[in-house]
Design a protein around this ligand. Sequence first.
Ligand code: PMP
Length: 404
Amino acid sequence: MIDIASIRNDFPILQKEVHGKPLVYFDNAATTQKPRVVVERIENGYYNVNANIHRGVHYLSQAATEAHEEARKTVQRFLHASSPNEIIFTRGTTEAINLVASSFTDACMSEGDEVIISVMEHHSNIVPWQLQAARKGITLKVVPINPRGELCLDTFRELFTERTRLVSLVHMSNVLGTVNPIKEIIEEAHAHDVPVLVDGAQSVPHIRVDVTELDADFYVFSGHKIYGPTGIGVLYGKEEWLDRLPPYQGGGEMIATVSFEKTTFNELPFKFEAGTPDYIGSTALAEALRYVGRIGLAEIAAYEHELLVYMTERLKEFEGMRIFGEAAQKGAVVSFLLREIHPYDMGMLLDRLGIAVRTGHHCAQPLMQALGIEGTVRASLSFYNTKEEIDRFIAGIRRVEQMF
Ligand code: PMP
C-alpha cells in the first residue's frame, strides 16, 4: 500500500503554492520532483565526499570513487544486469542513444543497412539515427500504430530484411502511455539475429525492468525522470556488445595508455566514460533508485494504474473529449484535446489554477503528424499524485471549458 501522506512529505516542492493555489504537478513525464533524500545526498556529496575520482591516492578521492562505483552497482541491481561493467553513466537517455547510434553504426553498419524504429518514438530516438543515416547512408524503417496507439506487430515482423541491423524502440510512449510488448519484440528481433535498444526513459519510473529477463541488448534511461538529478542517465549494454563497440568520445578516464603514436582504451565500463564523470549525480541517482525500491515498483504500478483509470473516466465526462492512446497496456500518461480548445490555452489557464500540465508536440512530431494533430495537453502522473488532485484538475478543465 502506498502511504501517500508520508510520501508527499518526502517532496518539499509539493507543498508549494503556484499563483496562490496549491501546486498540482501533472508533468511527471517531462521530469519528476525530488525527494529530500536525493537532495540531501547531493548536498552531503559536495560537503563531505567531493574529490575527483579514480587514480586518487588520497582519502577523499578514494571515498568518492567508492561511492561512484557503489552507485553503478545499485543501478546494476535495479536493472538486474549481470555485471557493473554493463552500466555506463551518461548525461541521460538522449546521450545514451546517441552513443549507441554513433558507436553501433561505426562498428556494425554500412550503407544500405537498416534500423527499425516506430512512429511513437521521442525525437531522441529518431534524430540520432537520422544523423547516422546522413553520415553512413543507413535507412530507417518505421513501425506504425493502430487506432488505440499500439504498435502494429504484424507490420513490425514484415519490416525485417537481411539488411536489418538493429531495432530501437521505446518501452513506454511519453505521449500515448502505451507500454510496448518489449519482451515479445526482443524475441522476434533475436529470431532474426538482430539486437534491440530499448528507450526506457518513461518505463523505468513505473514498471519493474529486468534487462536479463527481457534479454535486451541495450536499455537506456534518464535519472531525472526517476526522482534523481538532472544531467545523469544510464546506458545498459550487454558486455559482448559494449566490448565490440568503439569509444564514443575521447579524453581522460577512457584510456589505458596514451602516446602520440598509439593510444589504447580502458576496459569496460570506463571505455565509454570520457572525462570527469558526474560522481555526485551517480550517487544521488542511486539514492533515488533506493527510494523507489523502498516504495516498491509493484505498489507504484498498481497505485498509478488506479489514478490512470480514475483520470481517464473523469476526462470522458466531457463532451468533445479526445484521448490519444487507449492501449490495453498503458502507463499513467493521458494526452487529450477538448473540442477546439488549443492545448496552449488549456495549459496556460490550468497553470493559473496551480495545475502544471505539458502542451505541444512532446518531442514527438512524427507521431503528431500520424495522428493528424499539432499537439495535445498531457497530464502525466506519479505515485505522489492523488485522486483529489485529479478532481481539481477536472474542475479546472470545466472552468476552462466554460470560458470558451
Ligand atoms: N525518450 C522518451 C520516451 C522520453 O520521454 C524522453 C524525455 N521526454 C527522452 C527519450 C529524452 O530524455 P532526456 O531528455 O532525459 O535525455
